[in-house]
Design a protein around this ligand. Sequence first.
Ligand code: 5GP
Length: 197
Amino acid sequence: MKGGKLIIFSAPSGSGKTTIVRYLLEQPELNLAFSVSATSRPRRGKEKHKEHYYFMTVSEFKQHIKNDDFLEWEEVYRDNFYGTLKSEVARLWAEGKNVIFDIDVVGGLRIKKKYPKETLAVFVKPPSVDELKIRLKKRSTESDDKINMRIAKASVELATAPQFDKVIKNYDLDVALKEAHQLVAQFVNDPVSDEEE
Ligand code: 5GP
């Protein structure tokens, strides 16, 4: 696959990365398009098929794994698979877009490894694990069990921050948005060198 740039935003659930990604998608000069992931988790609230995720059953997801259709995939929570379809990135690159991802830290780092020069991997850091808990409870789209599962995962994820190209602290949203915009603008305007690694 050849094309534009890949911009990854990874962070523990509730860190505000989705807000940052949405904001960046509204900046026309960045020429970004959102990579819609595939997932086997149930739909939440007003989520739409093909817009927020390609929703599928566990067995459909496993068939795509067998077919080697994924750039990366992960069982993020038990029986809740998430993955980036190769066809999704190919489609957006064919449209001449830079692709932006809102994905799990492990998946983000896998893409960075596959496309080191084309990828900017950004980690969004929440103020604290306690603050994460408050944010997830406010969102109140999930049961306490699910929220606790996400909190447990957050501590593990926070330890991966140094492996990312950049870390943005989301303590103040306006500051984080500005910083994210600057980083991405600079990266999408830098040419990718043609030399092989
Ligand atoms: P949620 O269920 O809240 O939409 O997402 C749960 C977690 O899965 C989040 O950390 C989200 O970033 C991650 N995720 C979403 N899509 C993908 C994907 O394609 N690959 C991987 N590895 N993680 C993903």
